[in-house]
Ligand binder design. Structure first.
Ligand code: 16G
Length: 249
C-alpha cells in the first residue's frame, strides 16, 4: 500500500512494491509487466510516478525495456560477496545458477616477470595457464585467465577441466586450500576479443579483476586475471564502522 502522507516519495514507495513482486515471483522472470495505465490504476498514482519507478528498476537491471514490445522482468544479475573468499562454482550454486566452463587455453609456459614475482617463482619456474570462459546457466559471464605454479600442480595438465571447479580439484589432489586472497577490481571498456567471447559489444563496461590466492601456509598458488560482464554481475560488500565500539570485542 502506498502512503501519500509519508515523506518517502511515491515513486520510491512504488519501486519497493514492484521490487517485492519480482522477489516474490508474482512477476515471473521474462514475463511482461502490466502497462503504465494499469499500474496507475492498480496503485492510484500518476503516470509520472509509475514512469519514474519503472525507470529506476530498468536502470537497476531488474526490468528490461524492449521498445515497441513492452517492459519485462529481467534475469537477475549474479551477486558476489566481496568479503567472502569463494570459487566461481560456489558463487553460482549459492544463487541457484548452474556453473559451467569452456576451456579456451591450457598450456605450460614462462610467466611474465610480474606474474613470476607475484607467485614467488624461482628463476626459470614455469606456470600452467588455464584460460576459461565461465558460464552461468549456459550463458557467458566471465573470462578467467589463471596462472598456477607448475611445480605445485604439474598433473593438472592431464586433467579434464571442462565444467570442473579448479579450487575443488586443487584442494582434493594437490592440498592447495584457499586461505586468503588479494583482489583488485577496476572498471574497463571491454576489448574486442573478450567482447566476442562474452557476447557483448566491444567497449561495453566490464570489471577487470586480478586475484592472487594464498594457501594456508602462505604459498601463493593462483594468479588470475578475469573479465566479468558488467550487465550480468555485481559485487556486494559489508562495510563496518571501525570506530563503533560494538565491533571491537
Ligand atoms: C573465482 C576466482 C578465480 C578462480 C575461480 C575458481 C574471482 C574474481 N575469481 O572466480 O580466481 O580461479 O573462482 O573457480 O572471484 P572454480 O573453482 O569454480 O573453478
Amino acid at each position: 500500500m502506498l502512503d501519500k502522507t509519508s515523506p518517502i516519495p511515491l515513486y520510491h514507495q512504488l519501486r519497493t512494491v514492484l521490487e517485492d513482486k519480482i522477489a516474490a515471483g508474482e512477476w515471473k522472470l521474462g514475463t511482461q509487466i502490466p502497462s503504465e495505465r494499469e499500474l496507475c490504476e492498480q496503485h492510484g498514482v500518476s503516470r509520472l510516478t509509475v514512469r519514474q519507478a519503472v525507470a529506476e528498476l530498468v536502470h537497476a537491471g531488474q526490468l528490461i525495456r524492449d521498445h515497441g514490445r513492452g517492459t519485462f522482468v529481467a534475469q537477475p544479475r549474479v551477486e558476489q560477496r566481496l568479503n567472502q573468499l569463494t570459487s566461481f562454482t560456489q558463487d553460482m550454486i549459492a544463487r541457484d545458477v548452474l556453473p559451467g566452463s569452456r576451456i579456451l587455453d591450457m598450456s605450460i609456459g614462462a610467466p611474465e616477470p610480474a606474474v613470476a614475482q607475484a607467485l614467488q617463482l624461482e628463476p626459470g619456474g614455469k606456470v600452467i595457464v588455464l584460460k576459461r570462459l565461465r558460464l552461468a546457466n549456459g550463458e557467458p559471464l566471465a573470462i578467467e585467465n589463471a596462472h598456477l605454479p607448475h611445480k605445485l600442480c604439474a598433473g593438472l595438465l592431464a586433467e579434464s577441466l571442462e565444467n570442473v571447479s579448479l579450487y575443488e580439484l586443487l584442494a582434493a589432489k594437490y592440498g592447495l586450500t584457499l586461505h586468503v586472497a588479494d583482489q583488485r577490481l577496476e572498471a574497463i571498456a571491454c576489448p574486442a576479443p573478450e567482447a566476442n567471447l562474452l557476447g557483448i559489444s566491444r567497449g561495453a563496461p566490464v570489471l577487470h579483476i586480478q586475484r592472487l590466492t594464498f594457501s594456508r601456509d602462505g604459498t601463493p598458488f593462483e594468479y588470475t586475471e578475469s573479465i566479468y560482464r558488467g550487465d550480468k554481475h555485481f559485487f556486494r560488500i559489508e562495510l563496518r564502522n571501525e570506530y563503533d565500539e560494538s565491533h571491537r570485542r
